[in-house]
Design a protein around this ligand. Structure first.
Ligand code: 13P
Ligand code: SF4
Length: 338
């Protein structure tokens, strides 16, 4: 595939299901009546910590020891004393936790919980892209595989991308991968020219500019807020743009009481918990579907989280060579985002 012509996401529709099949259930055994209590007792038994992203289903967010955006979760993975990390998020996030904790058991409730951005950037194509741009520093968004991290100089997240690019000398050419929308946003904020890999998030590219404008007309007091993975046609209507953690903080601190939220609606659970008197409207997708929900994040369920802890599988693994190569750019990010 020509990396500039990222058609593969539309071309290969994937069928997602988060339900356990009958054969899974037979193999796994009986589910306890009180899943929350059973998970709590497994947590003690394993000395485990549950780290969850804001896009997880409400029950998982409620049972987690720590909820955060990608940067906060990476930092939590560095700081934990637990022997087992149960990562309620997607594969690249759990992989980052493993890169930082080679001696810990890192569990992901559903190993198929991937990410369209990470999938848009294959190591072979990225190697060719890098070779076509010699002397460029590679800054990769954390939403990429360990192999891509291993080919990068610095990792960033949506909460520190601007700060990281600003710390790189002006005359240094930079490749930014894999998200073209975050890359374009960072270019606007920093005035830097970045060579962009043309990857994107299927969730954040689904929001309809027309429907957001209609909502703003119908709710004149409401402010639109957006994640930088959204297209510029959506970002231009947002009063605030930021990572999931930044969006949450903004809604909590703002005197405004109504928001149109252009990111995965899982975060609205925390927004509503923090400020129950405020009104949060999920930004609608172009089609009449639930495609504003991340199909990968939603593969994890409380049931699967229980079975993962009970059976200590599925586990995240990788070769030590890849881990060490991927660790270096993550450490650089952590040093540059203090
Ligand atoms: P955050 O780092 O803002 O939580 O973003 C993660 C993500 O996958 C957004 O789609
Ligand atoms: Fe990946 Fe998009 Fe899902 Fe985030 S919301 S995990 S970027 S597919």
């Amino acid at each position: 595939m020509n990396p500039q012509d990222n058609k593969q996401l539309e071309a290969t529709p994937t069928v997602f299901t988060n339900a356990l099949t009958q054969s899974d259930k037979t193999q796994l055994g009986h589910l306890p009546l009180d899943l929350f209590a059973a998970i709590d007792s497994l947590k003690k038994e394993l000395n485990a910590v549950i780290l969850a992203h804001y896009y997880q289903e409400p029950d998982i967010q409620d049972i987690a020891d720590f909820i955060g955006d990608s940067l906060q979760l990476a930092k939590a993975a560095v700081n934990t004393n637990a022997d087992v990390i149960v990562f309620a998020g997607v594969h690249f996030m759990a992989e980052t936790a493993k890169i930082l904790n080679p001696d810990k058991l890192v569990l992901l409730p559903d190993l198929n919980a991937g990410c369209s951005l990470a999938d848009s950037c294959s190591p072979k194509e990225f190697a060719a892209f890098k070779a076509a741009h010699p002397n460029h520093l590679v800054v990769s968004y954390i939403n990429c595989s360990a192999d891509i991290k291993a080919m990068s100089d610095i990792i960033c997240t949506s909460s520190n991308a601007v700060k990281i690019i600003q710390q790189i000398p002006e005359d240094q050419p930079i490749i930014f991968a894999p998200d073209r929308n975050l890359g374009r946003y960072v270019m606007e904020k920093t005035g830097r020219n970045l060579v962009l890999w043309q990857g994107s998030c299927i969730v954040h590219e689904t929001f309809s500019e027309k429907k957001i404008v209609e909502l703003k007309v119908a709710h004149p007091q409401a402010e639109a807020i957006a994640h930088p993975e959204c297209e510029s046609s959506v970002l231009r209507h947002a009063s605030f743009i930021g990572s999931t953690a930044a969006l949450l903080k903004y809604c909590q601190q703002s005197p405004i009481e109504e928001f149109i939220v252009a990111t995965e609606p899982g975060i609205i659970h925390q927004m509503q918990k923090q400020t129950p008197y405020k009104h949060f409207i999920p930004a609608p997708p172009i089609n009449n579907c639930s495609c504003n929900e991340c199909p990968f994040m939603r593969l994890n369920t409380l049931e699967k989280l229980y079975w993962a802890m009970k059976n200590r599988t599925p586990e995240i693994t990788m070769s030590e060579d890849t881990r060490l190569a991927a660790l270096r750019p993550i450490q650089r990010m952590l040093e540059m985002s203090i």
